[in-house]
Design a protein around this ligand. Sequence first.
Ligand code: CTP
Length: 399
Amino acid sequence: MLKDKNILVGISGGIAAYKVPFLIRLLKKEGANVRVVLTPYAKEFVTPLTLSVLSEQPVLTDFYNTGDGTWHSHIENGLWADAIVVAPLTANTMAKMVTGITDNLLLASVLSARCPVFVAPAMDLDMYKHVTTQQNVVKLQQMGYHLIEPASGELASGLEGKGRMQEPEIIFSVLNDFFKYKDDFKGKQVLISAGPTHEPIDPVRFIGNSSSGLMGIEIAKSFAERGAQVDLVLGPTHLKAEHNGITVHNVQTAEQMEKACTSLFSKSDIAVMAAAVADFTPKDKTSSKIKKEAGLKNIELVPTTDILAGLGAAKKSHQLLIGFALETDNEIANATSKLKRKNLDIIVLNSLKDKGAGFGVSTNKVTIINRNNKHTELPLMTKKEVARKLTDTIKQIMK
Ligand code: CTP
């Protein structure tokens, strides 16, 4: 996928810079044209000579050559690149990227870029955990930059924690996958529901559930990374879905989620209902706080509208509808009958029996069942990987 692609590799001054020559080798082997731009401190960690031999191009560090005054155009760098990858991204360069400071050639090249920018942060665990860095990580993603999250493990300081730059092979595969999948859902409008709902009892109390929304958010991101325009109807959660292809519609209750999903569905090509919607809501919601002295013996509940079933009934022939099923008994049979009853194209079966699957964890174990009764039982994997497998399956059956 990377053959003849122009990849600008930006290196900032951190110890992980010593691994970047391996990334350049991988990119060159695949046929990419590689241009390397170093920040002044990066030169202390990896030599320009090594990098220029491997990239087969002069390595750039300054705005101009002090010898003959030749200008190294940051604008031309930005326009030349089909993708930029900054690896390692130090806390300092990250902060400057967020604020638009351009006091070196790498920063100015990134600011001039029209292409996707990938960043692979690397720093000590406390620097990565710091609220400033975490805010900057969010901001970078809001700006549309692709985050290659650091791994956890032993750090150069001798401490253990999150902050290790991802290995060159991982960074390479992120770039490769980007070019491979980026247009899969181009022009497609996708609706996703995710997270829990909160059903109010009074102004300060509610009935909810422990869904974090992570599964649905990963599905939204996977679609957006593959070129779709995504509407994410998101119940109350602390998680964010940062991607410029995703429009988030925040809701609290099942009723609000239903209204949002129903109105967005008509313009959608694909809808994935991953939310853990409350099946019941309190019949009476008091507008003032219920006082302890007054007591509360019972809460009368009434059913909510089944959003997925409503979309299934309204579904047009060009639309694909995907639902989730959480089953504890007769899992396949129950999920298959849910698929038929709700007029779905695919149902994703979550089994609560499996360790590491379900709410509040970053992994999931699912079986993907389609209309023709084809079952694909996936092993335990991260929710991000499940999302990728699901979007692969949807791509295969897309009309
Ligand atoms: N769902 C929905 N609206 C609801 C309830 C559920 O859209 N009011 C959707 C969920 O987002 C999920 C699917 O329906 O995609 C299945 O939810 P699940 O709780 O497994 O099943 P139910 O249909 O509620 O049936 P049951 O509780 O009988 O298993």
